[in-house]
Design a protein around this ligand. Structure first.
Ligand code: GDP
Length: 486
């Protein structure tokens, strides 16, 4: 029964929390979660953050570094043997040696850093930083813990029938219409429906109709679980059906949904999420802006879900020990290097607005919250470019090869892009009467989607990469770590 599972979970988490606290007393330890939806920039951010801590760089806002109080940072063996290590060296080599972007996060990974520093009042200390990188899709699953199958099915189907998604959901909905939930359970049927449901979620993502709100998260980011029965379910049309008959398709789907929660969502929550002290949520706000108002609305709902995840269980099955665990959450709009610096503050303002709206609905998050627009690795520089008689502010970088149809780039030459400005006042984006106001069309549309190659990086005598260029990475570092290095 579920109260029993709750009790066991609670006991395990309590024990783990006590162990974590004891370790924190012996060696001050901070567990930092890095998350965001697929392609938001987790891998790049994690690599850049670790590199900045180890190698330093121009980080004026990160006070401990700026004041020269960080003596050094080194990688250490991670604490959890059953979690893959974040491949820092590999990702850095891809970025710096090949000037290619590293492979994206597809599952959870971990890395431990020991930071030796001098507290402002003197002496020597070491802070252990445990970094946990995991797909944000998994975070959006946490609200499922408080949802039974009936509620999940009705919410999912309502979303699937919303105008923006309906065309993409058509094949799934058609199959559903031809399905009797009371019919005997059949594996082939379950697989067919789960397959079509997954295709629909993937299509929403691909068409950028919806970029954000697509639980169950493992359907799009299965990690190592692809094809397992816990992933072979789908919402059924069961409004008003009541309790399913034993042996029916309905009963089978319900059981698998519960299995999904018990074997996937709960352990992730208990073993990883609930143990984090701080969290950064990376968000590709520019992609959402480019994709249009539906994607933006979706992003806002996803933020709702994320904020709810931070509060989850507070009034149900979790002990007071966890209640104050995640003390700080930073929401970061990534890839700010796609914009001219005059648009960095507006980008931040847009994200702040989204977060504030979500916060007001979630009645706070119980954590200190901040917002930043950043580029973990800055791939572009700024220049004034002559266009006819005018000199226009542009960003210059090397576009990745093969983009832009017939006049494909060669991946070697630089190109200048006029990114257009974001509206100074984010309210313009949220006024239903005005509708969505996109980036200006100065560059004629598709240039806004250009992907640039990572920048050239200087090396020291040993051939090691010196500082990676970035935008406002130091602000993120200061918010996430600054107070633990004073
Ligand atoms: P993940 O799926 O969240 O791990 O995302 P990644 O870190 O793999 O980033 C996805 C893609 O976004 C990369 O391949 C890059 O093309 C792009 N990207 C990520 N961070 C940056 C950045 O700071 N600047 C630029 N220009 N592109 C970035």
């Amino acid at each position: 029964p579920s109260w029993y599972a709750d009790l066991i979970d609670e006991a395990r988490l309590t024990a783990q929390t006590l162990l974590d606290r004891a370790e924190d007393l012996a060696n001050p330890t901070l567990r930092l979660g890095i998350t965001g939806l697929s392609r938001a920039g987790k891998t790049v951010f994690t690599t850049a953050l670790v590199h900045a801590l180890i190698r330093g760089g121009r980080l004026p806002v990160f006070r401990a570094m700026h004041e020269g109080r960080i003596a050094g940072a080194r990688l250490e063996p991670q604490p959890d043997d059953d979690v893959p290590r974040f491949d820092y060296e590999g990702h850095l080599a891809t970025l710096v040696d090949d000037r290619r972007w590293p492979e994206s996060t597809r599952r959870i990974s971990e890395l431990r850093l020991a930071i030796d520093y001098a507290p402002a009042r003197g002496g020597r200390r070491t802070l252990i930083l445990d970094i946990v990188d995991y797909p944000g899709e998994w975070l959006l699953d946490l609200p499922l813990l408080d949802q039974d199958y009936t509620a999940f099915a009705s919410a999912s189907l309502a979303l699937a029938r919303a105008p923006a998604r309906l065309p993409l959901a058509a094949p799934f909905l058609a199959a559903l219409a031809a399905t009797d939930p009371r019919a005997p359970a059949e594996e082939a049927k379950a697989r067919q429906l789960a397959g079509l449901f997954t295709d629909y979620l993937a299509a929403c993502r691909a068409e950028a109709v919806s970029m954000s709100l697509l639980p169950p998260g493992r359907f799009l980011m299965p990690g190592d679980l692809e094809g397992s029965p816990a992933l072979t379910f789908a919402p059924l049309d069961i409004a008003g059906a009541g309790e399913p008959a034993p042996g029916s398709l309905h009963a089978m789907m319900q059981r698998r949904y519960e299995a999904y929660k018990d074997t996937i969502v709960r352990p992730f929550f208990r073993d990883h999420f609930a143990r984090l002290d701080r969290q950064i949520v990376l968000i590709d706000v520019l992609a959402a802006l480019n994709a249009g108002p539906a994607a933006l609305a979706d992003l806002e709902s996803a933020l709702d879900g994320i904020l709810r995840a931070f509060r989850i269980g507070r009034n149900s099955w979790l002990s007071a020990l966890f209640r104050h665990r995640i003390g700080k959450v930073l929401f970061a709009a990534t890839k700010a290097d796609h914009l001219h610096h005059t648009s960095h503050d507006p980008l931040e303002a847009i994200l702040r607005r989204l977060v504030e709206r979500a916060l007001s609905r979630a009645e706070g998050a119980g954590a200190e919250i901040d917002v930043v627009a950043l580029a973990a690795v800055r791939a572009t520089r700024e220049a004034m470019v002559k266009r006819g008689r005018a000199h226009l502010p542009a960003i210059v970088g090397v576009p990745e090869a093969g983009q832009h149809g017939a006049d494909a780039f060669d991946g070697l030459a630089e190109a200048a892009v006029f990114p257009g400005d974001l509206p100074e006042n984010p309210a313009a984006l949220f006024d239903p009467a005005l509708g969505f106001k996109g980036l200006s069309d100065a560059a004629g549309g598709d240039f806004r989607f250009l992907r640039f190659r990572p920048p050239p990086v200087l090396r020291n005598g040993e051939g090691e990469a010196l500082a990676l260029p970035h935008i406002r990475l130091d602000r993120a570092l200061e918010f996430l770590l600054g107070d633990r290095l004073t």
